[in-house]
Design a protein around this ligand. Sequence first.
Ligand code: SF4
Length: 329
Amino acid sequence: MNPILSIENLATSFHTDEGRIQAVSNVSFEVHKGKTLGLVGESGCGKSVTALSIMRLLPKPSGIIDSGRILFQGMDLAVLPAREMQSIRGKRIAMIFQEPMTALNPVHRIEKQLGEVFQIHFPEMGKKQKAEEVLSLLNRVGIPNPEGCAKAYPHQISGGMRQRVMIAMALAGKPEILIADEPTTALDVTIQAQILELIKSLQEETGMAVIFITHDLGVIAEVCDEVVVMYAGKIAEKARVKDLFYNPAHPYTQGLLSSIPRLDSKRKSKLSIIQGMVPNLADLPKGCRFENRCPMAMGLCKSEPPDILQIGDSHWVSCYLFEKGNRNE
Ligand code: SF4
């Protein structure tokens, strides 16, 4: 199946007072219609910068796409003129964020804000139809009293409801791709489960592709088909979700997985943590970026960065342990 979105060798950097920060290096992955791809890693690993690069929403003028292609339906979004990008952003590719309060305008009622989104995407829509669409969308995202919610200001509804409103706004343009950046992190577990369920059911209904950004492997297991594990701006491993959980290859992925609690572990067994710190993106090491924390590091790891290697059907890893001659075969 042809991918709906192909990221090829994406590199994004920021120019800061301390110099140039290479936030994303050589990142490649594909997203397929109706499927969910998870981008996972610790904060600062480049997952949100990757999403902002796709949306061309990098902070200006410091954020720059240095190289690579972002192919969407025959267009390269990395170099698309700003005007054309405007007709894609929010409509064909939409994004929801962790904290809806930052995206909602506190001084306007929900109906006005959702109505404006329809106005942008469907300017030909009449006032009456717009009002009906607003209520129908609020209903679709599981808001129990759509009329009441439409009349409310953002601060008058709960965090879970605000996130549902954000999802409604993102869906208004009938996007082909939805990027969800930590959409449930600020919510309690029950609401989190409901929002994940909602995104899944809307995806089944519309066939849209979803890119789910999270630091939570539990969320990945719940909603994703494929996973890209990022570390210090690079891909450490990418695989189908089952392969990643049952057969993690990269020492970083193994570390992440052993740091999540398991139901079948003994009550007093300690969770392992990955020792050490993520390298400074303004002063990256010459070799593998995980070298200072890796229990398997070898001499070579310090001097040169490993290439990404295919180790199975749809399973890729960036680690010298998998190069010929280093494998335990
Ligand atoms: Fe560890 Fe070396 Fe593999 Fe990096 S390349 S993850 S340092 S073994």
